[in-house]
Design a binder for this molecule. Structure first.
Ligand code: FAD
Length: 455
């Protein structure tokens, strides 16, 4: 039969088991495959210009890899997918399973809307181990990372799927890709760019990763998050390369694998707790602890624009605006600062991140925010408050990262850039501290204490 391969967050041809299934089913009868991407308004409207612009570039790259036959249609998948099936007289739709709250609901709705007898066949997912698969000994979902990682490693994953050769693509009418102007300078999109980036990291970056991954002043991480977000590469491919490349330092390999396990853990948690997208999994401070209305808006604006007067926080927020990405250590520091120093709810910060991050991913973003805010499963305890100065001195020891993103501090030498309020005269143009960290830390701890004693 003619089959439809519905691409979603798997914008690649290599190691794509759903594509293999679509091609095999079509080939069995000497038929062809429609490669479909639906630009879904419901996701589109929430994505932010950077993620959208990146998606458009990635779709261009995928189209090229499909010999110009990728069928892009705008609209509601519940209408578009059945319409394409009818147009092509297809008898099967293939896709990788979606585990995010919206994706799972959408797929159920599409399944119900397909013509009778046409199944939506899901093969594989965006994870090495599909969310929902691992359970504790007593059959419950995991709530703690370390045992999850143990079970995940023990479960293992399939070898990468072979890339189908000469796919009999069937072109159909398609809509133009929208023109989207990103607000930041974005990385190269597409499967080939992802592979190049990964191989460069394996060759030059992995050695030393365990030590350097926390240093925002160095290019010590893989920058694979955006490629994983869009499925330009599957994590299984990365895991197979890590296992199959001789001579890699084992500590670095183990640390990198563990970071991928965090990604899978968060996806598993959101799969079981779709409400965690917007609600705290645990309440840790009383409702009245949060800044309200105008006060909140003012604090939030200063944070968003990188005007808090804390250089590491401001550097991170400006890096986000300029590049659509932020270093993980700095994401933790700015998130902690918003929640515990400015007393603004994590949801507001998560929303800003989702509006700007190219790798913005609901499971990773919301659950990392909950981790920092102390409201998630296996989260950092609420009383762990990141000190933006200590963190800066430890992880940006010479102040290079801060100077790169905060031009007002360019003329301040070395780590002195982390405490501009100690300079006389203060660096021109750089804002004074919005709040005093020591004071706000105490407020946060008091709030936490109040919640515990009132239970
Ligand atoms: P590397 O250090 O090279 O890590 C390799 C891969 O491991 C990453 O690409 C990523 O897939 C995974 N990984 C690393 N750290 C984490 C982590 N803490 N949680 C889950 N997976 C991880 N990551 C996203 O992909 N999308 C998001 O929307 C997102 N939002 C975040 C929000 C906050 C508040 C925080 C603290 C972290 C967030 N992260 C998010 C996780 C992490 O910051 C990024 O994955 C990482 O910075 C990406 O850079 P990299 O690929 O160079 O990382």
């Amino acid at each position: 039969p003619t089959t439809v391969m519905w691409f979603r967050r798997d914008l690649r041809l290599a190691d794509n088991p759903a594509l293999v299934a679509a091609v095999e089913a079509a080939r069995a009868d000497g038929d062809d495959v429609v490669g479909l991407y639906v630009l879904d308004e419901a996701l589109w409207s929430r994505a932010g210009a950077n993620r959208l612009a990146y998606l458009v570039d990635s779709l261009r790259a995928l189209d090229e890899a499909c010999g110009g036959a990728l069928v892009v249609r705008r609209g509601d998948p519940r209408e578009v997918v059945p319409a394409v099936v009818r147009e092509a007289r297809a008898s099967e739709v293939h896709a990788a399973a979606s585990h995010e709250p919206y994706g799972a609901r959408r797929d159920d709705a599409v399944r119900a809307a397909l013509p009778t007898g046409v199944p939506l066949v899901t093969t594989g997912s965006a994870y090495a181990v599909s969310p929902g698969r691992l359970r504790t000994g007593s059959g419950t979902p995991y709530q703690v990372f370390t045992p999850f990682r143990g079970a995940w490693l023990e479960h293992g994953w399939r070898p990468p799927a072979p890339r189908p050769r000469e796919i009999p693509w069937r072109p159909l009418r398609r809509d133009d890709l929208p023109a989207v102007e990103p607000t930041a300078t974005l990385p190269r999109a597409g499967e080939a760019a992802a592979r190049r980036r990964w191989h460069a990291f394996l060759r030059d970056g992995l050695s030393g990763y365990a030590e350097q991954r926390d240093r925002p002043d160095l290019a010590g991480t893989s920058a694979m998050s955006v490629h994983l977000r869009w499925g330009e590469v599957h994590p299984r491919t990365l895991l197979a390369d890590l296992a199959g490349t001789p001579g890699l330092p084992s500590d670095d390999v183990a640390t990198f694998r563990s970071e991928l396990a965090w990604r899978e853990f968060h996806a598993d948690v959101l799969h079981h707790q779709p409400g965690a997208r917007s609600r705290s999994l645990r309440a840790v401070v009383p409702e009245d602890a949060w800044a309200q209305d105008d006060a909140e808006a003012e604090l939030l604006d200063a944070w968003r624009e990188g005007r808090t007067g804390y250089p590491l926080v401001d550097a991170g927020m400006r890096q986000l605006l300029a590049t659509g990405w932020m270093h993980n250590r700095v994401r933790m520091v700015v998130a902690s600062f918003l929640v515990k120093d400015l007393h603004v709810r994590w949801q507001r910060g998560a929303e800003h991140f989702m509006a700007h991050l190219v790798d913005g991913d609901v499971s990773q973003n919301q659950l990392n925010w909950q981790w920092v805010a102390g409201t998630g499963y296996d989260a950092a305890p609420y009383f762990r408050v990141f000190n933006p100065v200590t963190q800066a001195k430890k992880f940006d020891p010479d102040g290079d990262y801060v100077r790169r993103w905060v031009p007002e501090l360019r003329d301040v030498d070395g780590p002195r850039a982390h405490e501009p309020w100690r300079l006389d005269p203060p660096p021109p143009g750089y804002p004074a501290r919005l709040v005093d960290h020591a004071t706000e830390r105490k407020v946060a701890l008091d709030d936490f204490h109040r919640a515990r004693t009132s239970r």
